[in-house]
Design a protein around this ligand. Structure first.
Ligand code: 4AD
Ligand code: MG
Length: 468
C-alpha cells in the first residue's frame, strides 16, 4: 500500500496536541516565538504553522551545548528539537516536550528581526509581508483561507458540480466595465516598436487582458456539463482604494444549467451557510483568536447567519425603503442609480440586521448578459449584502434568448463578432441558466471580522502597490 509522502510520518505541533503521544520520543521543527530562562531550565515556545498554539519545550540546563545554543536563541530562530512528550503541569496546555537534543537551522538577530513580542499594527505587518505569516493573526488567516478553499471544493463536489479551469488571459470583458489590465508581450512583427499594437503586432492577434471573471467561459461548460464552478484569481483595474477592493482577488463562480434566479439564490444561501459551518467546525482555535482580539461578537455573528433566513427584496423596494428612511446619504438616491456601499450596508445592518438579497436591478447598471425581466426595465440580477461587508455575491439569471441578447449587446455597442461563440450557445440548445460570484476575500473578512481586505490575502495588489 502507498504509505504517503515521508514527511507525513513526522509530527506537526497540531498532531502532538491532537494525538498526545505521551512518553513517546518525537521530533519537531519550527520557529522560536519566545524563550524564558529559569534556574534549571529554559522554556521555549515553538510554532510550526500547523496550528495557532505554540508547543512548550523544556530545555534542561544540562542539555549538551545549553550555554552555546539555548541561551543564544531568540525569536525567529528555526530549530529542530527531539524530545519526550509529557503531560504539562502548566495551565492552558495539556502536553509539553522535554528536549533531549536541539539543533539550530538558522539564527535570527534580535536587533534586526522586525517581529518583536508586542502586538504590531496590521499596517506595519503589511510592510513586512514576507514575515507576517509568522504572526498569530496572519498565520490564522492563512489556515482559515486554506480550509475554506477546501470547503468551497467540498461543497460543490458533493453536489456533483464539475470544477472548470477558466482562462486567466482573455479577450472578452465579462463585466463590460472596461476595468481591465492589458496583457502585452514583446511585439510579434515590429519588435522595435513597443507602441505598435496593431493586430499584426499583438501577441494574441488582438488586444487581450487579465480576466475580470470566469463566468462567460463557465457558461460554456455549464451548457454541456450541467453544473460547474470555477475558483480562481480575477483582476480589476478599478481605482478604488478601499478596505473592500483589491486589484487581484479570488472569486468562486458556480454556473448552473436549467436554473432560474430563485434556485440560484437558494444555492447561494446554502453555499454561504455551508462555508460558515465548515469554518466553525474546522478552524475553531483560529476563529477564537479573532473573537478575542478583533470582534467579541464574531461567533455570535456567524451563528446568527447560520440560523437566519436571508431577506429578499427587489432593487425597487430597496430604493423605496432607503428613500423613506429619512437617513441622509453621501450619494443621492434615484431609481436607476447603482446602490453604493453606504446604501447596501444601511439595508443589511440597520433596516434588516440580516443578510439581504437585492434582486431585479435596472438593466442600465448591470452587465449585458443578465436576463431581461418582463417589465423591459429590470434584469434578473441578485446581489447578496452582508452586515459589515456590503456586497459579497453578485449573480444573475443569464439571458438565454438569442434575440434579446443581441439587441442588448447592440445597445451597448459590443462587437458581436467578439462574442459569436457566446451567442452560439443561444443558437444551439439554449437553456435557462444562472450563476453567481462570491468574492473570496470579502467572505474571509466576514468570517474573521478583519477590517481591511489587504490582510486576508497573502500578497495584496492595490492601486500603487504590488510589492513581493
Ligand atoms: O459582482 P461581480 O462583479 O460579479 C461578477 O463578476 C459576475 N461575473 C459573477 C458571476 O455571476 N459569475 O463580482 C462578484 C463578487 C462581488 O460581489 C464581490 O464580493 C467580489 O466579487 N469583488 C471584489 N472583491 C475584491 N476586490 C474587488 N475589486 C472586487 N470586485 C468584486
Ligand atoms: Mg457586483
Amino acid at each position: 500500500m502507498y504509505r504517503g509522502f515521508p514527511l507525513m510520518s513526522r509530527y506537526s505541533i497540531k498532531d502532538i496536541f491532537a494525538q498526545k503521544p505521551l512518553r513517546k520520543k518525537v521530533e519537531i521543527r519550527g520557529w522560536l516565538k519566545t524563550r524564558r530562562d529559569s534556574k534549571d531550565f529554559s522554556f521555549l515556545e515553538i510554532n510550526d504553522g500547523s496550528c495557532l498554539a505554540n508547543l512548550q519545550i523544556i530545555a534542561p540546563s544540562d542539555l549538551k551545548n545549553y550555554t552555546e545554543i539555548v541561551l543564544r536563541l531568540h525569536t525567529g530562530c528555526s530549530l529542530l528539537i527531539r524530545g519526550i512528550v509529557n503531560e504539562s503541569p502548566a495551565k492552558g496546555q495539556e502536553v509539553e516536550l522535554l528536549a533531549e537534543e536541539l539543533v539550530v537551522y538558522g539564527w535570527s538577530d534580535p536587533d534586526n528581526y522586525p517581529l518583536q513580542k508586542k502586538r504590531h499594527s496590521f499596517e506595519f505587518l503589511r510592510s513586512i509581508a514576507h514575515l507576517r505569516p509568522r504572526t498569530n493573526s496572519i498565520g490564522a488567516i492563512a489556515r482559515i483561507r486554506s480550509s475554506l478553499s477546501f470547503g468551497v471544493h467540498k461543497f460543490f463536489q458533493e453536489q456533483g458540480f464539475i470544477h472548470v479551469h477558466t482562462p486567466i488571459i482573455t479577450t472578452s470583458d465579462c463585466e463590460g466595465a472596461g476595468e481591465i489590465f492589458k496583457v502585452t508581450a514583446p511585439p510579434k512583427t515590429n519588435k522595435d516598436d513597443l507602441d505598435d499594437l496593431s493586430p499584426d503586432n499583438e501577441f494574441f492577434g488582438k488586444p487581450a487582458s487579465l480576466t475580470v471573471s470566469g463566468q462567460l467561459q463557465a457558461e460554456v461548460y455549464a451548457l454541456a456539463l450541467g453544473r460547474v464552478y470555477t475558483f480562481g484569481p480575477t483582476f480589476r483595474a478599478e481605482n478604488s482604494n478601499t478596505s473592500r477592493h483589491l486589484a487581484e482577488f479570488w472569486m468562486v463562480e458556480p454556473e448552473i444549467a436549467f436554473c432560474d434566479l430563485v434556485e440560484n439564490r437558494n444555492l447561494a444561501e446554502s453555499f454561504l451557510k455551508y462555508l460558515i459551518q465548515y469554518v466553525l467546525e474546522h478552524n475553531q482555535q483560529d476563529l477564537q483568536l479573532f473573537a478575542n482580539f478583533i470582534d467579541k461578537e464574531l461567533l455570535k455573528k456567524l451563528a446568527a447567519v447560520l440560523k437566519s433566513s436571508f431577506t429578499h427584496i427587489t432593487y425597487t423596494e430597496a430604493i423605496s425603503i432607503l428613500a423613506k428612511s429619512g437617513k441622509v446619504f453621501d450619494f443621492p438616491l434615484r431609481w436607476g442609480a447603482d446602490l453604493q456601499a453606504e446604501h447596501e450596508r444601511y439595508l443589511c445592518e440597520e433596516v434588516f440586521a440580516n443578510p439581504v438579497f437585492v434582486t431585479d436591478y435596472p438593466k442600465e447598471i448591470k452587465p449585458f448578459y443578465m436576463r431581461l425581466n418582463d417589465d423591459g426595465e429590470t434584469v434578473a440580477a441578485m446581489d447578496l449584502l452582508l452586515p459589515g461587508i456590503g456586497e459579497i455575491i453578485g449573480g444573475s439569471q443569464r439571458e438565454e434568448r438569442y434575440d434579446f441578447l443581441v439587441s442588448r449587446m447592440k445597445e451597448l455597442n459590443l462587437d458581436l463578432d467578439d462574442y459569436n461563440w457566446y451567442l452560439d450557445l443561444r443558437s444551439f440548445g439554449t437553456v435557462p441558466h444562472s450563476g453567481f460570484g462570491l468574492g473570496f476575500e470579502r467572505f474571509l473578512q466576514f468570517v474573521t471580522s478583519m477590517n481591511n481586505i489587504r490582510d486576508v490575502i497573502p500578497f495584496p495588489r492595490t492601486p500603487g502597490s504590488a510589492p513581493y
